[in-house]
Ligand binder design. Structure first.
Ligand code: UD1
Ligand code: PEP
Length: 425
């Protein structure tokens, strides 16, 4: 495990370029195995999740090569092997191999996924979708075993009981090569779903309506890649740097953003009184003064993203007054709170409402990144604190923030990462 060491009082200034979206990439890589040709992605973020997905691909005899943001995957000699554990447990999105293998081979055995510890994360809607397409699903020990009848998968009308990114993507992956038409109703509308549909459609899939709550998928027998797919920018990484720049910055330009993907986030910054210049594909932000408190309620896209409720917290601690966060998607996404309290942050969670007060006496100490966004929020707080903060379990941050040390260095911020495993050897 790695630890991050950050000296407080540093101010961000300069430029940062946002990388490809984690939550697109982790769906696109499993989707690549549906192709009958090699596939190529660019703007691929250099994050731990990508390396773990490459490990899973190698177990299936699917070679992949990742260099300078380009990822080549050759699924032409793929073998459908069981994927009970190991790297599967290192990330959430490994569950996309359920839909992708089901779509490709009509059967899959995949272990229960890992990912962030942010409260209960059931997969009942994924399973409901697979069953509607004609699959038989059994839970065995810690794995899900899915297979079709000899007739194979067929199109179906599926109404999700709740809006789920993962279930929408998993059913899409299974349905794309099924016989007939599948209609997903109450589908998630996240930009990462649109990115995945664009990739699949460019290979010959027939998906209509991605980005709305009704997606129609007409199954096709084969998918072939003819060009490189460029991954959309990571709206959560962008939001994180914007929040840090507003909280502890002296003028920061965040480049490579699709500003429409950040609308609810930008609206909150504006409501707080943060000075922003929103350009076509970049946003300039000045360090905020006289900031107003706000109330944030997370919601599926186009609402305020749950993945940004923790990264915006250090900024809320600068506001004069009490801000509130209600995370409707993950009410137990509160692992950052005790760590922030130990740094002097005035933050409490009660009855599903997180209250954050102006915190002017922040002090560096040793804290733990229990998951990706809780961890990165501590990075923001460390910049505002007096003294040195040591963040243990920093690997959780590296799951989704590519080259964070280099990117922060470009913003005049020094962060040191120490590999404790290496030190012990
Ligand atoms: C890899 C990836 O893209 N991860 C994102 C994805 O996670 P993930 O796809 O796991 O999240 P979902 O959109 O599925 O979850 C939304 C809500 O639905 C519930 N639910 C979900 C599926 C199900 O079968 N049953 C059920 O009850 C969940 O507990 C949660 O309360 O969307 C989340 C919500 O925007 C983000 O925080 C994650 O960063
Ligand atoms: C919750 C997240 O990721 P995952 O779904 O991969 O655990 C996240 O990116 O904030």
């Amino acid at each position: 495990m790695k630890k991050m060491i950050i000296n407080g009082g540093q101010k961000l200034s300069g430029e940062v370029t946002i990388g490809g979206a984690k939550n697109s990439t982790v769906a696109l890589i499993p989707a690549a195995i549906l192709a009958d040709t090699p596939v190529k992605f660019d703007s691929v973020p250099d994050i731990l999740d990508v390396h773990n997905l490459m490990l899973i691909l190698s177990k299936m005899n699917v070679p992949s090569n990742f260099s300078h943001g380009e990822l080549e995957i050759d699924p032409t000699q793929i073998k459908n092997v069981p994927l009970p554990g190991g790297a599967i447990r290192s990330l959430r999105a490994s569950y996309y191999f359920m839909g992708a293998l089901l779509g490709k081979f009509g059967k899959a055995l995949v272990g229960f996924p890992g990912g962030d510890n942010i409260g209960p994360r059931p997969i009942d809607q994924h399973i409901k979708g697979f069953r509607a397409l004609g699959a038989i699903v059994e839970e065995r020990n810690d794995a899900v075993c899915i297979k079709t009848t000899p007739e194979g998968l067929h199109g179906a009308r599926i109404f999700f009981d709740i809006v789920s990114v993962g279930a929408t993507i998993n059913v899409l992956l299974a349905a794309v090569r099924a016989k007939g038409t599948t209609i997903i109703e109450n589908a998630a509308k996240e930009p990462e779903i649109v990115d995945l549909a664009t990739f699949l459609n460019n290979m010959g899939a027939q998906i209509r309506g991605a980005g709305t709550d009704v997606i129609r998928i007409k199954g096709v027998p084969s998918l072939k890649a003819t060009n490189t797919h460029t991954i959309i920018p990571d709206r959560i990484e962008a939001g994180t740097y914007l929040a840090f720049a507003a909280a502890a910055g002296q003028g920061v330009l965040v480049k490579n953003v699709i500003t429409e993907h950040l609308e609810p986030f930008i609206a909150k910054l504006v409501e707080m009184g943060v000075y922003l210049e929103v350009n076509e594909d970049s946003i300039y932000v000045e360090g905020g003064r006289n900031l107003a408190p706000v109330t944030i309620k997370t919601a599926p896209f186009p609402g305020f993203a749950t993945d940004l409720q923790q990264p915006i917290t250090p900024l809320l601690m600068q506001a004069k007054g009490c801000s509130k966060i209600i995370d409707t998607l993950y009410p137990e996404r509160v692992k950052h709170i005790p760590e922030m309290q130990r740094m002097g942050g005035k933050i409490v969670s009660k009855d599903g409402i997180i209250s954050i007060k102006h915190s002017s006496e922040l002090i560096g100490t040793t804290v733990e990144a229990s998951e990706i966004r809780a961890g990165v929020a501590l990075v923001g707080l460390a910049l505002m604190a007096k003294g040195t903060t040591v963040i243990n379990k920093a690997d959780n941050i590296l799951r989704g923030y590519e080259r964070i040390v280099e990117k922060m260095a470009g913003l005049s911020i020094k962060i040191k990462i120490v590999d404790e495993t290496a030190v012990q050897e």
